[in-house]
Design a protein around this ligand. Structure first.
Ligand code: P6P
Length: 342
């Protein structure tokens, strides 16, 4: 029977990728499939969040000092659970957990990879039905296989990631991930309960017309950032502006939109948050890896996000990420300020 194989599922795609590398052990494909399974389970609860008692706070405060939403806890447990009971991950780091969790069992200690994730980013938007997401980052271990994973496995530079991705729980639910071979997006087909390849080989347009930043912090930003934001609003700016401002306070939704349409997303340092708000390991590194693989750029205002050497699990960094030409425009303002301040 000739089956029309127009649509590839995530599982089929990861297995196909593995076939292209005969020496592949299948562990990375298995890890991605595990993440896809957890994403489907979280999606079910996110989609009915308004109907069941899973909204609101669970009463605890996480290491970030933020109220933990019940959905945060549920999502964290789903992602940690599938990875802990899988065969492809030696341990995890999570925005919701104070420290890494090393799985330390015979099977997991032989696993080649560790995973960091923000299980449900943008959770403050859960109660008002705004798109939220999961963000993940995968590293090959540097510690000895057969023994428990160590902190060094997690504190690697972002340029060492083997894969990174996100799930966006929005008007549709998408699983987008990047490896060194490129970026591919899969949309959940509820009729078969599978993520299906819908956005093959995603490229970030070199130029866009969208700038995303929290204008409420405008007077807390540095001079170069303020000048660039003003330039984005000016008619006939260098790129035929003004640009359109889009910012919904959910990183996954904001960066996903700009990745597909072109644009720049900024979370600069502020007077109150001199290292910015976003976390390096499980928010900025994965998105920097994805956007760079799609042809865009990502910096902290000085160097590539992927070149930052982490020292702490929950450290934060300023983030500028998006279309190459827009990032170069911003860079010109930053370099001018540096010259003026010399
Ligand atoms: P602000 C959500 O809490 C989050 O971590 C990101 O998803 C989002 O981009 C950012 O914070 C929004 O922060 O300070 O602009 O509300």
């Amino acid at each position: 029977m000739n089956i029309n194989r127009r649509i590839q599922t995530l599982d089929e795609f990861t297995i196909q990728q593995m076939r292209d590398f005969p020496n592949a052990t299948g562990e990375l494909s298995g890890l991605l499939r595990d993440l896809g399974l957890a994403a489907k389970r979280v999606n079910v609860e996110v989609n009915k969040a308004g109907l069941v008692d899973i909204l609101g706070d669970d009463g605890s405060i996480n290491i970030q000092g933020e109220e933990v939403k019940k959905m945060d806890v549920y999502a964290n447990n789903q992602f940690m659970g599938v990875l802990q009971h899988g065969i492809s991950c030696a341990g995890i780091g999570s925005e919701e957990l104070d420290d890494i969790v090393v799985f330390d069992d015979l099977v997991s200690n032989k696993s080649k990879y560790v995973c960091l994730f923000d299980p449900l980013d943008g959770s403050s938007n859960i109660d008002v039905n705004v798109s939220i997401g999961t963000i993940f980052s995968i590293f090959k271990r540097v510690s000895e296989l057969g023994k428990p994973a160590t902190k060094e496995d997690f504190l690697q530079q972002g340029n060492k990631q083997v894969a990174a991705g996100y799930v966006i729980y929005g008007s549709s639910t998408m699983f987008v991930y990047a490896t060194r071979r490129g970026v591919n997006g899969f949309t959940l087909d509820p009729s078969i309960g599978e993520f299906c390849l819908s956005h093959p080989d995603i490229k970030c347009p070199d130029m866009g017309k969208i700038y995303s930043v929290n204008h409420g912090n405008f007077f807390q930003y540095g001079e170069a950032v303020k000048k660039y934001i003003i330039a984005c609003q000016k008619k006939d700016n260098t790129s035929g502006g003004p640009y359109t401002q889009r910012y919904i306070g959910s990183m996954v939704a904001d960066v996903h939109r700009n990745l597909i349409k072109g644009g720049i997303f900024m979370y600069p340092s502020t007077v109150d948050k001199h290292k910015g708000k976003l976390r390096l390991l499980y928010e900025c590194n994965p998105f920097a890896f994805i956007v760079e693989k799609a042809g865009g750029l990502a910096t902290n205002g000085k160097i590539r996000i992927l070149d930052i050497q982490p020292t702490e699990l929950h450290e934060r960094t300023p983030l500028f990420i998006g279309s190459k030409i827009m990032m170069d425009e911003l860079d010109a303002y930053i370099n001018t300020e540096l010259k003026e301040n010399k």
